[in-house]
Design a protein. Sequence first.
Lengths: 547, 83
Amino acid sequence: MENKSDPFDIADALSDVNTAWMKDDEAFRRCCHTLNESLQSTHAKVLKHLQSFPEDIRDDGESTIVQWVGKMAWSSQQYHRAWSEWIAAYVDHAPDLPKSSRRRARFWINQIQNMLEPANYFWTNPKAVQRFFQSRGESLSQGLRNWMDDASTRKGLVSLCDESSFTLGQDLAATAGSVIFRNELMELIQYAPQTEKVRQIPIVLVQPWINKYYIFDLSRHNSFVAYLVRQGFTVFITSWKNPGPDLRHITFADYMFKGALRAAQVAREVCNVPSVHLAGYCIGGTLITTLMGWLAQEKTDIPISDVTLFSTLVDFSEPGDIGVLLPPDIIEAVEEQTADTGILEKHQIAATFRMLNPRDLIWRYAVNNYFFGEKPPRSDMLYWNSDGTNLPQAMCNFYLNAFYKANRIVHPGGLIIGGRSIDLGMVRTPFYIVGAAKDHICPWKSAFKTCRLMGGKVRFILADEGHITGIVNPPSKWSKKKYWAAAATRRRNADKWLEKQVTSKGSWWPDWIHWLEPKSGPKVLPPRAGTPTLPPLCPAPGTYVLE
Amino acid sequence: MEVSAAQLIKGLEELFPECQGTDISVETLLGEMPEWDSMAAVNFQTFLLQQFEMEVPLELLADETSLQEVIAYIENPESALAS
């Protein structure tokens, strides 16, 4: 592996920006002039603010010090903002800079800006100083204990959530159901019906295995599975094994055949129907799209009537900020590491995802937990966010190389898996694809690229939120959310598609139900949990989710 | 529950230090806050829970929601429907 001292190519990314500016002296001069003007304006603002500076800080003790810190913090914040705005423009407007270089530079500049935020430092955080005085130092003392706890039990990742405030099966993942199937990779949960009759065709949700399945079954008010069950669907969901080194051999194809395909077959057997609605979230969506490509060559017995993708990349040519964190050197380093350990550890994966939003997933909690000495808050979403899983070596290396590095699946025959070469154009099954406008992990325009790859009809939905909140998006009388939905079969240009759409208010979930309804058969009595040959093994949420 | 706008704005500035020096008022939309995104909304939700012991639904904390609407919800959830 070359250039190990800078495997993320940070220096190259920043150097590319400087080199780009060197090509246009006049533009560079104007850019520097803008900085000068901005700093002068900031100086003037800060001086005015400091005019009310306390004249004598010696007599007034703690409150004066807090006031002094407040003014320093405010001033530092103004300089930080001026520099941040300027340097963002410096990167954004660098002439003739390739898109990928600009993205890399912007990403790393953003990391630095977030790190240098004045509130992240004790003496420029007035609340931290105030707490210190009020608690007679206990806040920092407790903060040190919190830091030591994170260092020893979370491999240095700051705690995001009060982990004692939730119990799986009681507060989260609490929708009634049973585990009706288990193999080395997956538990399949069948949810108990909540309506007298159900639609004949069930929904099978294939979850990502980078976190736990219950993002779709958080609290009562925002549980996606509970919503679907109340709409009269029989719902199944995959709960994946959290692999240890003993499962290093598990491949992406295993997840396809022993996971998604097996789940669809079991659901079909339980409901006694020829096919099911198959839906996948994030990597779960990538998995089932690949599976559909594999099944397209099947002459008979395709157990899937339609497919839904939630925030899913299939075309990895523009994977967003996460692509910045996966240059070839890093993929090679992951291969070397997993060859030793057998797994990519959950802490490493979590650290990667937190870097996509450092302000909200690192620094805010570092300040809260270490400077204020507080416990992190109670939040179902953050609890789930902190509950990660490992990835097995074989699957991880295949996924990074075949999808992120080589983007093989977009080329007909480019990806060979399970003994077949995949051509997504052969897939005639209808697709319902949901992208989220502020998704850092799966940019919606990249999700949109799936529309042109598939051979069948596609309906695309753009939700206006992020990777999680765009999908976990329950209907609510208070909802201020919005979405855009329309056919997008073979469409190539996301912007042009969006231009013609009318904004709808609220959650897109009812739109999905409306799309599924005509494909769901008549209403029938609910099936029993499991079958005589696949009896319920234990109540939901099962055992794998606790690992 | 009566909510002081000043108390909410002060809390916001502590939660989002990058807001210091910007003009925040009850008319400010959440989407106008610097770097507002869906994770910021999750953090704002936990802040409101800690500060006012009220779980404001995430569906309400969208770009086009004003601080006044958040205050209205905390004071009386049903009244927020009319705003």
